[in-house]
Design a protein around this ligand. Structure first.
Ligand code: NAD
Length: 290
């Protein structure tokens, strides 16, 4: 077991279970969340009162924060600190390419290595330790962190050496995931209008060519059951598809479908603020599954 000390900032829907798996793996872990640390600190971790304390007690610091503005603010705070031992920051948040590059620059100037390492797999995957990590950063740093990474993820991909490349992989993934949710809502609405049963039509699609993560997971487990509890906020998915659109436009790649998908999610988020993203089904169809 390594003698490295780890820190974790942001114990939300994803950060909480990821930190729990790191602590559960026997790694030394200090944790902090601005919304209250003591009640969110997983078993086996040490709750601290501030980012300063975290950075003074961790060699490597994980971040699981809502968006780019928060990651950048934290990067700036870390860069300005005098009493820190942190030399590596692994940012597991989805923040877009520009914010990741900017965070990388700020921390590099302060002598800290920034790793752009967003995750996919949802809250259920974070709890089960089956999530995917898209590592944008030096490979030797990944190798030094392989054990701790595999304590909370199953699939660890080195997608590039630079900050921003992890985000590129993550954003295109969430664009596909958000598209699947919106399109599956329309497909199911049509099926129901023709007298088909939702469970049966999902069973058909799931062994046919239309199968996707909405038909195989979100619809049977979160929508058909009426629980709408995937553990991912509509606001965060809306942020992700918007970032995909912005970054694809900047790259000059096609955005015809992305424009439509972003518009649907933006309106869903306005109509259903603070909702779980599975509520897109109710927004698109005006109906409940149950
Ligand atoms: P969340 O809102 O549940 O958690 C974020 C946490 O960060 C909150 O507890 C908040 O209090 C804390 N926080 C905010 N500012 C802070 C600061 N300065 N210092 C310490 N803590 C701070 O969000 P989430 O769903 O856990 O998502 C976290 C990140 O992971 C986001 O970037 C999201 O896009 C991404 N993500 C989420 C999912 C999902 O299914 N929920 C999946 C993959 C990726």
């Amino acid at each position: 077991m390594t003698d490295m000390r780890f820190g974790f900032a942001g114990l939300g829907q994803m950060g909480g279970p990821m930190a729990a798996n790191i602590a559960g793996g026997g790694f030394s872990l200090s944790v902090f969340d601005t919304a209250g640390t003591a009640e969110r600190a997983p078993e086996g971790s040490r709750a601290v009162d501030s980012l300063d304390q975290l950075a003074a007690n961790a060699d490597t610091l994980f971040l699981s924060l809502p968006d780019g503005s928060v990651s950048l603010a934290v990067a700036q705070e870390l860069a300005a600190m005098k009493e820190r031992t942190t030399t590596v920051v692994i940012d597991l948040s989805t923040i877009g390419l520009q914010a990741a590059r900017e965070a990388g620059r700020i921390l590099k100037d302060a002598g800290i290595i920034y790793i752009d390492a967003p995750v996919s797999g949802g809250q259920a995957g974070a709890r089960a330790g089956t999530i995917t990590v898209m590592w944008g950063g030096p490979e030797d740093v990944l190798e030094r962190h392989r054990d701790v990474m595999l304590s909370f993820c199953k699939n660890l991909f080195h997608v590039g050496d630079e900050a921003g490349q992890g985000q590129a992989a993550k954003l295109l993934n969430n664009f596909l995931s958000g598209t699947a949710m919106a399109a599956t809502s329309e497909a199911v609405a049509f099926g129901l209008s023709q007298g088909l049963d939702m469970k049966k039509l999902l069973d058909v699609v799931n062994v046919s060519t239309g199968q996707n993560t909405a038909t195989s997971d979100k619809f049977p487990n979160r929508i058909l059951t009426g629980t709408y509890d995937a553990g991912f906020k509509t606001a965060l998915l809306t942020k992700d598809v918007q970032l995909f659109l912005d970054n694809a436009k900047a790259a000059g790649t096609p955005v015809e479908i992305a424009e439509t998908v972003v518009d649907v999610w933006r309106r869903c988020n306005e109509a259903l603020p603070d909702s779980d993203f599975t509520r897109i089904y109710q927004f698109v169809t005006g109906k409940d599954a149950k």
